[in-house]
Design a protein around this ligand. Sequence first.
Ligand SMILES: Nc1ncnc2c1ncn2[C@@H]1O[C@H](COP(=O)(O)OP(=O)(O)OP(=O)(O)O)[C@@H](O)[C@H]1O
Length: 461
Amino acid sequence: MALDILIVDDERDIRELVSGVLSDEGYECRTAGGSVEALEMVDARRPSLVLLDVWLHGSPMDGLEVLDAIKAREPALPVIIFSGHGNIDTAVSAVGRGAMDFIEKPFEAERLIHLVGRATETERLRRENTKLKNDVAAGEEFTGNSAVITAVRATLKRVANTGSRVLISGPAGAGKEVAARLLHSWSPRADKPFVIVNSARITPERFERELFGEEADGKLVRAGLLEMADGGTLYLDEVADMPMSTQARILRVLTEQSFVRVGGSRQVGVDVRVVSSTARDLQAQMEEQQFREDLFYRLNVVPVAIPSLAERRDDIPALAEHFFTRYAAEQGIPAPTIGEEAMAALQAYDWPGNVRQLRNVVERTIILTPREELETVEVGMLSGEITGGKLGGGNAMTALMGAPLREARENFEREYLNVQIRRFSGNISKTATFIGMERSALHRKLKLLGMVEKKSGPDKA
Ligand SMILES: Nc1ncnc2c1ncn2[C@@H]1O[C@H](COP(=O)(O)OP(=O)(O)OP(=O)(O)O)[C@@H](O)[C@H]1O
């Protein structure tokens, strides 16, 4: 995770010496011999720290003026001043003008390393935090062991090292971002930033500024998301919401690995891996001229589809346990066990909001249930939206009471089998085992009740 240091000194020997010492410490160094070149380099790519000489012979600006120019661009960018004997006063005034510290020439390598380490501490912490956040999100582990999620995980693992572009499709809340973070954490870019471009939340007017940053009179005004993602992964969330004009520009970035900031003319080079996601049918968007076909083919090198939770109900137990454990830990209580009936209700529900909704339901259950009752999660603790009328809820019971026994029994059986079959994703063998019936007997029962077997699910036997 090399931090980028810009060394500005008119003496070549000093530049080379400092750059040698710091490179040995694992920093990436750029050097400039004069003020124009120095500011040019700051504008081309924001460094993590600038080491700046007070005297810059042969330059239009001296060190203090360069310091002012840097602070005008990026007040938060740390600068350390090199001062010679006899200009300590100047160095002190530089600190008054925003320099972080100064170091007197000639200096010991140890002192230089110490000062640079201290000056870059904030930047290092910021990067480590980003990494930590990525790890935590990846720490979601992309829970689930259904066949489809296992296959998705295998694809992500296979392409993580390659740098190929990946397009993740699936409905809202299904886990597209979790998958993208996992891919990033498995890639060689893991310790570089994972930057999200949330296309649905950025207004079309602001889009290009957000993505490409701004420049005025050749000077950096604000770095954009692309620049911040340099070396890492850029996640284009809900890519179909990107305005057409931006689509054309992003296409150029993909082919040239460089771009021009808004209001600028210089080419800024970046090395980013682009992972995008969509909940919409991009094919239809293309037919309606809402999405560029050439961009689609560039982004969709490796397609990864994450189905809705209802299409992979076998993941529900693992996900529910994962969230109950997590939210119980947050409340400082032991992870509850999930009662059989409660689990059946969770597995039978359709989850229009997918994994996000499941997570919210679990969180709500943990918060709303008194602690002493939380040893086992019972069906009654789950919110009505999950159990509503499906599992012997009030309405269903009233309907049964109003019917003769035979009809009531048939209605009950129909309802019961419906839930169980959905719970096992249409797998008749698993359903039969669970309800304690022979498979053939279950077939007969379903026929008798006029229930058509679901055509989905791994086992249509
Ligand atoms: N496989 C998973 N394992 C653990 N948590 C998951 C998983 N999938 C989704 N989640 C949880 O659901 C939340 C929503 O997932 P995510 O943000 O990845 O969805 P998405 O498909 O990107 O949808 P959207 O575009 O609406 O954000 C995540 O914050 C995470 O808590």
